[in-house]
Ligand binder design. Structure first.
Ligand SMILES: Cc1ncc(C[n+]2csc(CCOP(=O)(O)OP(=O)(O)O)c2C)c(N)n1
Ligand code: SF4
Length: 287
C-alpha cells in the first residue's frame, strides 16, 4: 500500500518560503495517503500560475495544462476513465478569471472530481495584479487607486449552480485542510475546496494573520447542518465569506452515470474497434 512518501517527489518546490501553496501540497499528499489511494490510480491536473506548479510536485500522474484550462482537461480524464481519482488544482486567477466559464459548467454537471483552488486574492506568478477574488478597494499594480470591482464569490456560485460538495480551508490549518480534502475526495460528485492560501510576496493585506483574525470555523459550530442550502448561504453572508469547513453537501447523480449513452465501464477499458460491416452501416446511414 502506498504511503506518504510515495506522493512526494525528489525535486524541491520553487515557491517562495512561507507561500500557502506548500500547505495545500502537504495536505493533499497526507489526504491521499490516508485514503489508501495508489499514486498510479490518481491524476492531478493543474493550470498555470504559482498554484499550477503543484502537479510537478505531487507523486501521481499529472497534467500541467494551460491557464484557465484545468477543468476541461480534468473532465476529459474523468469521463474517459472514471475509475481514477481525479483532482484538479489551480489559482483564483486560473479558476475564477480566465477559467470561470469552465467552472460554471463543471459545477452543474456534477463531474466526480475534486477541485482545489488556491485562493490568495492576487495573481502571484505574474507578480501581483488584482485577481477576481481581490476585495473592492484592494491596491495592486493594476489597481493603484484601489479595485473598483466587487469580488467574485466562488463558494456561493458553486452552491447555487449545483456543486454537490463545497468547502473552504486555510493554509494556516493543515489538519483541517487535510480532513476536508479526504472528505472531498471520498464524496461522489463535484467537490470544490476554496483554499485560502496566502501569497506572502505580493499580497500584504490578506496575510496569514488577516485570515486568522477573520475566519469563522464551522468545525466549532456544533449544530451547523451542511445539507441546508439556505443556512450555507446565510453563514457566508454573515461572515464576509471567510468561513472554513464543509459549507454545503448533497447527494445527487454524477455526470458519467446520468448522461445518456453512458457505459458502466470507463471508455479506456472498452473495445471500441468497429467491424467492417458496422463501418459500412454507419456510412450507409449518412448517405
Ligand atoms: C492565456 C494566458 N493568459 C495569461 C497568462 C499569464 N498568467 C500566467 S499565471 C497568471 C495568473 C496566476 O494567478 P493565479 O491563477 O491566481 O495563481 P497564483 O500564481 O496566484 O498561484 C496569468 C495571468 C497565461 N499564462 N496564459
Ligand atoms: S509569488 Fe506568491 S503565490 Fe507565488 S510562490 Fe511566491 S508567495 Fe507563493
Amino acid at each position: 500500500m502506498a504511503t506518504l512518501k510515495d506522493f512526494r517527489v525528489s525535486e524541491k518546490a520553487t515557491w517562495c518560503p512561507g507561500c500557502g501553496h506548500f500547505t495545500v501540497l502537504a495536505a493533499l499528499q497526507a489526504a491521499s495517503a490516508n485514503l489508501g489511494i495508489e499514486p498510479y490510480n490518481m491524476v492531478l491536473v493543474s493550470g498555470i500560475g504559482c498554484s499550477g506548479k503543484i502537479s510537478q510536485h505531487f507523486g501521481s500522474y499529472g497534467f500541467h495544462s494551460l491557464h484557465g484550462r484545468t477543468l476541461p482537461v480534468a473532465t476529459g480524464v474523468q469521463l474517459n476513465n472514471h475509475d481514477l481519482v481525479v483532482v484538479a488544482a489551480g489559482g483564483d486567477g486560473d479558476g475564477y478569471g480566465i477559467g470561470i466559464g469552465h467552472f460554471m459548467h463543471a459545477l452543474r454537471r456534477n463531474i466526480d472530481m475534486t477541485y482545489i483552488v488556491m485562493d490568495n486574492h492576487i495573481y502571484g506568478l505574474t507578480t501581483g495584479q488584482t485577481s477576481p477574488t481581490s476585495h473592492r478597494g484592494f491596491k495592486s499594480k493594476t489597481s493603484p487607486a484601489g479595485s473598483a470591482e466587487e469580488p467574485v464569490r466562488p463558494v456561493q456560485t458553486a452552491i447555487i449552480n449545483g456543486a454537490s460538495f463545497v468547502a473552504q480551508a486555510f493554509s494556516g490549518d493543515v489538519k483541517q485542510m487535510t480532513r476536508i480534502m479526504e472528505e472531498a475526495i471520498r464524496h461522489k460528485g463535484f467537490s470544490l475546496i476554496n483554499a485560502f492560501s496566502p501569497c506572502v510576496t505580493f499580497n500584504k493585506v490578506n496575510t496569514y494573520d488577516w485570515f486568522k483574525e477573520n475566519i469563522y470555523n464551522l468545525d466549532e459550530i456544533i449544530d451547523y447542518d451542511p445539507t441546508d442550502k439556505f443556512a450555507a448561504l446565510r453563514v457566508l453572508e454573515d461572515h464576509g465569506s471567510v468561513v472554513t469547513g464543509v459549507i454545503y453537501q448533497e447527494e445527487r447523480p454524477v455526470y458519467h452515470e446520468a448522461m445518456i449513452g453512458a457505459t458502466k465501464d470507463p471508455t479506456v477499458k472498452l473495445d471500441l474497434t468497429l467491424q467492417a460491416e458496422e463501418i459500412e452501416a454507419i456510412k450507409n446511414s449518412l448517405r
